[in-house]
Design a protein around this ligand. Structure first.
Ligand code: FPP
Length: 255
């Protein structure tokens, strides 16, 4: 058994996991921020602010455990429909989060990456995201995928467009397109080169995908609980990993 908790804050916990049972990729739909805030008669943005604190804890823990990829659904292609105040609040939180925590993540060997079309985000977000990616690109630890202006359908449409573009540019032949394989297609989506998520966690009680990782989740294990994201704890994260390890993954086959 590989004893965990190198991080100072969690020394007391006795969570342990065999090295070969550590999931490679965990993806999280950080849901319930709004409800958490409303229950406390706070503006919704305060719920997102509390959600960022949870994200930070989970990033540290996932990196300590040895998770290789952590994906956080941070802003969907549909979230633009929210009020201007909430959208700009989320964008400001993103900038604040990276201004404050980039250094620590970099020191912990974390690679910052984005999934989604970030060109549509406000300039300060694009600038700090590019700076974060540049600073951390040679790190070798956990990849933190921030899904921003991300939509699973959009991702598939972009992939098809890019395949067509590569054909027009003479980079791929008609024959490759006519015989396109799943692996070829995977090279055109945002998670190119990454394993599909082993686990998709959605707290707050909702049991839907909400346009998240539609291609990648074909064999992901879904884990739900009724805790709003701001109250999601390190122990809840451990429970999710334990539950995942008790699942029987057959990938359509038999044992
Ligand atoms: C869903 O909760 C959450 C979001 C739409 C945004 C998640 C974003 C963050 C936690 C912070 C921003 C991210 C970074 C990386 C700084 P909801 O608002 O739909 O909750 P509700 O269903 O209770 O209303």
């Amino acid at each position: 058994m590989w004893k965990l908790f190198k991080g100072k804050e969690y020394k007391e916990s006795n969570f342990s996991i065999e090295k070969n049972k550590i999931p490679k990729h965990i993806a999280i739909i950080m849901d319930g921020n709004g409800r958490w805030a409303e229950e406390r008669k706070l503006p919704r943005t305060m719920g997102h602010k509390a959600g960022v604190e949870t994200l930070k804890k989970i990033v540290r823990e996932a990196s300590d455990i040895g998770i290789k990829y952590l994906t956080a659904y941070s802003f969907s292609t549909e979230n633009w429909k929210r009020s201007e105040e909430e959208v700009s609040g989320l964008m400001n939180l993103l900038v604040e989060f990276l201004r404050r925590d980039l250094k620590e993540m970099h020191e912990n060997n974390i690679i910052i990456n984005t999934l989604g079309d970030i060109s549509k985000l406000p300039k300060p977000c694009i600038d700090i995201l590019n700076e974060s990616k540049e600073m951390t690109k040679n790190n070798t630890g956990m990849v933190l995928n921030l899904a921003l202006n991300y939509g699973g359908r959009q991702e598939i449409v972009y992939a098809v467009r890019n395949i067509f573009k590569d054909y027009e540019d003479g980079k791929i032949s008609k024959d490759i397109i006519a015989n396109l394989k799943e692996e070829d297609f995977s090279n055109y989506i945002f998670t190119k080169g990454m394993p599909d998520p082993d686990i998709i966690i959605r707290p707050s009680g909702e049991q839907r995908l909400s346009n998240f990782m539609l291609w990648q989740c074909a064999y992901s294990e879904f884990l739900y609980n009724h805790i709003n994201w701001p109250e999601f704890t390190i122990e809840d994260f451990h429970k999710a990993i334990e539950e995942y390890n008790n699942r029987d993954r057959r990938y359509g086959g038999t044992k």
